[in-house]
Every structure is written in C-alpha cells, then in structure tokens.
Design a protein around this ligand. Sequence first.
Ligand code: MYR
Length: 584
Amino acid sequence: MSWTTDLGTMHERWQEMLPEYGLNMAWKVAASLGCLLAATVFVLKWKKKRLFLKRVEQEQKRREETVKAMQEKVNGFKKKNPGVDQKRILNLSLTELLELLRDGSLSPEGVLYAYVEKALEVNENTNCVTVFLTDCEDQLQELKKQETHGPLYGIPISVKEHIGYKRQPSTCGLVQYLDDLENDDSVAVKVLKKQGAIVFAKTNVPQSLFCYETSNPIYGLTLNPQNQAKCSGGSSGGEGALIGGGGSILGLGSDTGGSIRIPASFCGVAGLKPSTNRISMKEVREIIDGLTIPSTVIGPLARDVDSLALCMKALLCDEMFKLDPTVPPLPFNDQVYSSSKPLRVGYYETDGFNLPSPGMRRAVLETTKLLEEAGHTVVHFTPPRIDYMKEELFMRNLVADGGATLYDKLNKNIIDPNLQEVYLMSCLPAVVRKALSFFLKPWFPRMARSLTCSLGISSMKDHWRSQTAVQEYQAEFIAEWKTLELDVLLCPMTGPAYNIGYAGKLLGRPGWRRAPVGRSMCSSPIPGRIMSALHEGGGDPHQGTKKQNIKVLSYFRADSLILFQPLQSIVDYLSPSGSVYTQA
Ligand SMILES: CCCCCCCCCCCCCC(=O)O
C-alpha cells in the first residue's frame, strides 16, 4: 500500500467517524454544561440559603438580647419595689387601670414592668413577640415631662411588627427588610406616645402578611395562648396571642381581609377593623404598595370592646390629623357610641360561601335571641353575591398583578411552609394557570375560578371595569341594607381556632371545596371566653359627611366570636364577614 493510499483511507475513515464523533462530543459538551449549570444553581442556592440563615441567626440573637435586657429591667424594678402587686395590675380593665394611673395609686413604671414580666412569660409559651423595645425607660422619662396626662397615660402597648418603630426593622417576616431600620416612629406610634402610652413590644406576623397562620422563617411560629395545639390566626397573630395570654392590655394590628378579626377570634379577644384611612398608615410597611382595593387598615385589639373604643378615641386626635393630613379629621363620635337607642340588627348564620362551624352558628343564633331580649329588632339579611364578591372583586383586585409583587418579595427568602402554595401559584405562568383552570373546572369549579382570578387584571380597560364592578357591588349592598333599614350587621366569624398548620393551608386554596371546616379543621371550641368584635363605620369622610357612627352593641359570652359590622366598614372592604377566604 502506497503512502497516498494510506492517507486516502484515513481520510475516508475520518469522514465516516466524524458525525459519530461530533455527536458524542456534542453530547459530552451539553452534559458538561448541564452539570456546570446545575452545580452553579446548587451553589448559588446553597449560598443564598447560608446567607439567609446567617442573617436570621443574627436577628434571633438580637431578639434574645432584648428578652434578656427586659428580664433584667423587670428584676431590677422588682428588687427596688417589692410591694408592687403584679396580679392585681394584670386583672384590672383598661378603664380601671387608667383611673388608678391618673390618681397616682399606680405608677407607670409599676404597670409597665408588671406587663413586661407577663409578656415575657406569654412569649416563652407562644413565641408572639419579635422584639422587646428596650427604650421603654426613655419613654417613661418622656412621659414625666408631659404637662398633662393623655388619655392613655401610662398604658403599656404592643404593636404589630410592620408598624414602624424607630431604629427597628419592619420586616413583614421577610429577610430583605432586616437591615432597613426605621428612621422614625410611624404616625400611629407617635400618636400613641403623645397620648401617654408606653410602646414596649413588636409582635409576630406571617411571612409577607398574606396568611392566616402567624409563622415566618425569621421569628418562627406563634401559638395560641389558650391551647398550644392551635394557631393564633393571622396576620395580627402575635398581637392576638400576646393580648389573649394577658401579656398586653392593648395593641395595634392591621387588617386587609381578616387580619385583625381572625386572630381576635382565635385568641379570644376583641378586635376592630376601622374604615379605610381612619388611622394613619404612614410608615407602616405594606407588601403591595399602591393597593387601594382592598385596602389595609390599622386597628386595635384588646380584651374588651370598651378598650377598643378608648383606643380609637385616643388615636383620632388633632396630633394624628396634623401628622397625616390625608386622614380625615373626624374625632370619635361618643354620642353614637354611648347611645342606648334600640337598633335594627341584620344577621346571617352563613354567607352561603363559607360554612360556619356548628359552635359559630349556635353563637350567632343565641346572640340574636339576646339582642331581642334586650329590646333590639333582629332581621335576617342575605349578603348579595358573596362568591362573586370574594373571587371576582376581592381576590382579583388583591392580586391584580397576577401575584408578581408577592413573588418578588418572597423570592428573596426561604419560603415558610404556610406560604408554599401561594408561592407556587405566583410562580405559575398565566398559560399554565389557564390550562389548569380549564381542566379542573368540571371537578373543582371553585378552584378553577380561583386560578382564573389569580391571573389578576390584564389591562387598564379591565382595571376600570373592575373598579366599576366594585362600585356597583357596593351600591347593591347599600341598597339591600337600606331596604331593611339596618343599623348594624351581626355576622358569623371564622373560628374557633384551627389546629396548627390549617389556617395557613387555607390561603393557597381559596374556594376549593365546601368542606365542613367546623368539623374537620376545628376541634373543641374555646369554652366560656369573652369574645367579641366591633366594627366601625359611618358616612364617607372624604365626601364631607359628618357622621362617624360607631356602633358598639355589647359583648357576649359565647363559645365563638361574633362580628358586628356597620355599613361603611363592609362597603369599604368588600368584605361582609371576617371569614373571607378562610373556610373554603
Ligand atoms: C397568585 C397568588 C395567589 C395569592 C392568593 C392570595 C390570597 C390572599 C389572602 C388575603 C390575606 C389577607 C390578610 C390580611 O387581612 O391582611
């Protein structure tokens, strides 16, 4: 064989091998790139998790230090003042406590440390405090400088975690906000201080606030103070647990779709969701900035209805109207509050969408009887088109961007187990949600509708249409209300408290099924608790009407919480009961 023939054969063989060799090579390169990519993703994820956990660990340490510092302050005070009767102080109602503070029988220090000591104990049992505010001694000094005693003189108060407090983060349970310390107090906190209150703790929230189970990867899970197998509800679950356990006499929470009302119900305390922008939202962190329908509002939680009214009276003052001129300058209407005129009370046991628990249904009916015996007129009320309101109006507007903002906020975090489903839903591309909705429709019509609503608003035209639909629904609700000439509406409330893990699960599955939640998710009711809620309303302050129209009927001993709602509150939030989205 000649030299040239050799070369020719080699060339031919090379030509034959090339495709195979090239293909093998391509596979190898692709596989290596894939491995590299996977390894990079893994390393980045691992790094992110490590950074996250490190930052969380630092925050937990900081939190522990505030616990220790507060314990030391309590010990120091008790050593110097051995005669202070903590038990007596804790048993006083807010009105009684204020009286004794004003006449000097009790000192603000004595009251503060009695509550801090109890709060430390409740926190130990329920994990409800995110941070103790160790500057409370400075606040006591400031209080001494005040010339007159404000309406909350010497009252220790707790606030929900996302309500701004200077030099503290407002995280909403999200790690990216841990280093974003507030430069100043929020308006609500400034007003509380001005009125004589001592703010001593910030309380726990669910991750992102969009959940009815108070749990997040930074501060952990908050338990129910009455029964540790139960959750405290959310999103003001830290407040509910602290007040329900006796560690605070008054607190501020916030509510978009039940976040004051549900923890109040679960923890056996009273709560008020006031009308939109009644209390300033300045320097209160919101998850979806710019969300106006539905809107978030700050409101008080306390042991009884009188304390809620007292807190509202104190907050609705010139100081707040001056600090935040967007808040309508309407003071509390005491005349309406203390009126004993018989009322026309509308009621319903179920809104036809959410099934009440048996205890709740019974409580509503027993309450109607008590109201009649007390001389009020009770009329049955059918809330109009609740499924439409909850799905098309509330849900669609809440996630008008299809969940994109929520996804952005959660994405920087380890996702709390209670938020997994919501997170997953917000990750799903629109086309997948549409397809899922289509296939699920015959078997799970509610779930299918929820998926469609989770797509949000697709265009400006759609947005205006949705706003009009909200206005039309409000008009429909008002018309129904006026036909029956109602003063107030008595509604069932979500509760009794759910076992741990269930309140969170409900969020990702709005409207999947009509499950007998009363039986499957709640077990025994909380016996003999005083539970009540009150709602505030009146003419639209922006339109210059004068009535503030607070109605407080009374409170009742029942095994379930009852909700009283005057008209404005309902129309404001499109939410005729606190049980929105909780019992699907
Ligand atoms: C695409 C994402 C779907 C997200 C579903 C969100 C459900 C919203 C529940 C509303 C919770 C409101 C809590 C509150 O009252 O502050």
